[in-house]
Design a protein. Structure first.
Length: 343
């Protein structure tokens, strides 16, 4: 139904407007008695064999929703009925910011991809904290944190600290996002020295807590092996809890979509099917270097059940979807989970 009726209608309209309409629709539907249970019946699949124990947390299944879909934690309870094993909110920044100018979200339909240059648009970390304190569902939540656009890189650590402290009591793990291509100079924080300083500072904060929370790093797919080696070294030195591989790519190579169209769209991070192979290459490289038990969350181009299997085979411990959720619909999570237990 989704791919034959709903998606063709949705794809007639501006992607960002449809995104907001989807939020409105899910919020409205879940106010109707019985809808929550209906969604759980339709989209949730539970099986003991799907459970994963990763960085001290028990995940009911390995399929999560990537950051960027529910930036402001407005839809956590509703999304929890769709069968995800965990949901990552954000990227959140200390202060509210509008993000980049519109249009800033584009479908690349021939390639089953999405290009975005949203620019960390969000309502600020404190607004998200208030919502998370009121949520009903017990689904595991990751807090993806970043810096405000106006904050210079030499002051970025403070922005990440503010978000870390604000979210500490309402999320289950943290993701440090220094890999988005849509905030000017943000990716420079992936360089060895500034990255090490940032992560060490957050780990110091973490160690002051009675109970620590896992801290993960989200990396770009466009890193060289030398840059990956730096990240591997830092992860081992400071005791990083995990890595998310990968964020969106600035590459446009190998697309079926014409160069003319991609140039018209302009700058932004590309996600979806075109990211799949590179994401898997990075995962495999990290797995080989970091050993068999280091947690790696695989993200990038999971569009169907086989993609999920392949990403786990590449070395991912858990996986996240975003573009696949847009192109395939809410039933994708259940389909993947059933495939993973051989049904």
């Amino acid at each position: 139904m989704y791919k034959k009726i709903i998606r063709p209608i949705f794809f007639l309209f501006d992607p960002e407007k449809i995104h907001h309409f989807t939020f409105f629709l899910l919020k409205t539907l879940h106010k109707i008695p019985g809808i929550r249970s209906l969604f759980q019946t339709l989209f949730t699949y539970e099986n003991k064999n799907l459970e994963r124990k990763v960085f001290g947390l028990k995940f009911p299944n390995p399929v999560g929703l990537a950051a960027g879909f529910d930036k402001d934690a407005k839809l956590v309870d509703e999304l929890a009925t769709i069968g995800f094993g965990f949901i990552e909110i954000g990227t959140l920044t200390p202060k509210e910011q509008p993000g980049n100018e519109k249009p800033r979200l584009f479908r690349v339909k021939k390639d089953q991809g999405i290009i975005n240059r949203m620019g960390f648009n969000n309502g600020g970390v404190e607004a998200a904290v208030k919502r998370l304190k009121k949520r009903d569902s017990k689904i595991l939540i990751g807090g993806n944190i970043g810096k405000n656009k106006i904050t210079p890189n030499d002051e970025a650590e403070r922005d990440y600290e503010i978000c870390f402290e604000s979210l500490f009591d309402v999320v289950d793990y943290f993701v440090v996002n220094v890999s988005s291509p849509n905030t000017p100079n943000l990716r420079a924080l992936q360089d060895k020295e500034p990255l090490k300083r940032l992560l060490e500072r957050l780990q110091e904060r973490n160690k002051l807590k009675t109970t620590q929370k896992p801290i993960l790093l989200k990396i770009a797919p466009d890193l060289t092996n030398e840059q990956l080696n730096d990240i591997i070294e830092i992860a081992q030195e400071i005791g990083l809890d995990g890595i998310i591989a990968t964020n969106t790519t600035i590459s446009r190579s190998g697309l079926k979509t014409s160069k003319k169209k991609t140039e018209k769209i302009g700058a932004g991070g590309l996600s979806g099917k075109p990211l799949f192979n590179r994401s898997n290459e990075v995962i495999a490289y990290l797995r080989n270097a970091l050993g068999p038990v280091f947690p790696i969350i695989g993200a990038g181009g999971v569009m169907n059940e086989q993609d999920a299997v392949d990403k786990l085979d590449a070395g991912a411990t858990l996986i996240q979807i975003y573009s696949g959720f847009i192109y395939e619909g809410p039933n994708l999570v259940k389909r993947i989970n059933k495939r993973l237990v051989g049904i």
